[in-house]
Write a protein that binds this ligand. Sequence first.
Ligand code: MLC
Ligand code: AMP
Length: 497
Amino acid sequence: MSNHLYDALIAPRALDEASFICQAGKPDLSFKGFAENAARLAHVLVKAGVSPGDRVVVQAPKTVEMVALYIATIQAGGVFLPLNTAYKTDEVAYFLSDATPSVLVCEGTRQEELSAVAGTAKVLTLNADGSGSLTQDLNDHSSHFDTIDRAGHDLAALLYTSGTTGRSKGAMLTHDNLLSNARALCDLWQITSADRLIHALPIFHTHGLFVALNTSLLAGVQLDLKTGFDLDAIFGAMKQATMLMGVPTFYTRLLGDARLTAEATKNMRLFISGSAPLLAETHEAFTARTGHRILERYGMTETNMITSNPYDGKRRAGTVGHPLAEIEVRVTDPETGKEVPKGDVGMIEVRGPNVFQGYWQMPEKTAAELRDTGFFITGDLGTFSDDGYLSIVGRSKDLIITGGYNVYPKEIEDVLNEIDGVLESAVFGVPDADFGEAIIAAIVPNSSAAVDTEELAAVVAQKLARFKHPRRYEIMQALPRNTMGKVQKNLLRDSYG
Ligand code: MLC
Ligand code: AMP
């Protein structure tokens, strides 16, 4: 009887009375109390109809209860499928129809609109204060749950990642994908039960969910759960904490605050950055102000973490370090798939126990990105230095990363092109001091029509999450194209950046 992930993350601590997780406005929980609540939630899930292998979709505020729901899903043999809370009903409807979950957990205020698109899924609610139909009868359930058997190759999570075609793809992640990565990170970053992590990232993406939570559970780290990135809360928390994991926006915002000093960060052991490029100047400025070298690492939804700068060795600004233990990274010629010499730029490919099993019900897309040899084609362009540090120098995929969120222009262009009066559009990213990249939409109107950008924004606001909204619309007579007819977004970026 075994459950690969649960047995490693929770079982060893199920009787541990040490403090595990705290969130403002709620009592602190020990590992034992947390494990008991997860077990109770596992009973709730089974009662709601979750069988082994079933998807549990969660679009709910970040709470201790949601963290326990992740573990409960694993314990009940389910597949956890978290969604960005910013997604509108149209966006959620797609995920529900594609993943056909047996349970959907959402905030009470959205129950009615989401029930209408939930199909056969049972809808339960979970609110920011932890209340809702998911938790209301929690204490009626036993604090013991007979953990469902799951092997390393069984699915633990389905995380959607947008694609260049505009349709999101569900990355199938197994128990072993998640556990092997958490183990590699704990070893490399020397994470132990003496650590306390400031957890200010969302828990619906790889970074806040797997990198932060799985390593914390595995090593017995105390979690200081913050609902979002708030400078006052971060500076307050740093007095007791030892680690922060963040996207580059966290670090530029910290640098913009006069309270960031060596004194304010003296209890901290490790600042980690990832999900988007950290500018070398941010890295250096952070060291100058605090004495700390930010540790930058590189990962993806499909692969968890791939490379990391060293803990003990040189953390080199502008690079993402070396491959993690047991992970192979190669840089190849995108045309031939052959490895290029060190120093040359090519496609980053990765193979190892971290690499996902493919895209949910999309065998063709899986075959296009996952080679028979097991190498996954990341779509990122990179180069290795002579001493083995990887630098990411660009992307072959048409992707914008804004504040650590991935936005595929195609999805926004599809919405814009449907609007009356729009002949065509091109969405692109330009440098932005806060979010790294900001979204701009170039619009070519129908010859007969005048386009009102406020109307465009209103349509987009109805259909797409706020972080995908263009911050500016540029009206033009024609899009710049090359001789093949392909839109030259680099020219748009140069003109409007
Ligand atoms: C918020 N807004 C954003 C945005 N976040 N717009 C663009 N990009 C974003 N990332 C909108 C808000 O809705 C608001 O709209 C306005 O911008 C100002 O918001 P804010 O209050 O300043 O933002 P805040 O809530 O503080 O959020 C910023 C942030 C957050 C950076 C803290 O976006 C965040 O936590 N990002 C982390 C994303 C993440 O976890 N990525 C990991 C992916 S996993 P209005 O209406 O006020 O104009 C992955 C793999 C790997 O990539 O390697 O890790
Ligand atoms: P996601 O699909 O949300 O998991 O995002 C993964 C993408 O984020 C990668 O393919 C990279 O393009 C980008 N990314 C992650 N970490 C870094 C990093 N440290 N530097 C540059 N880009 C990164």
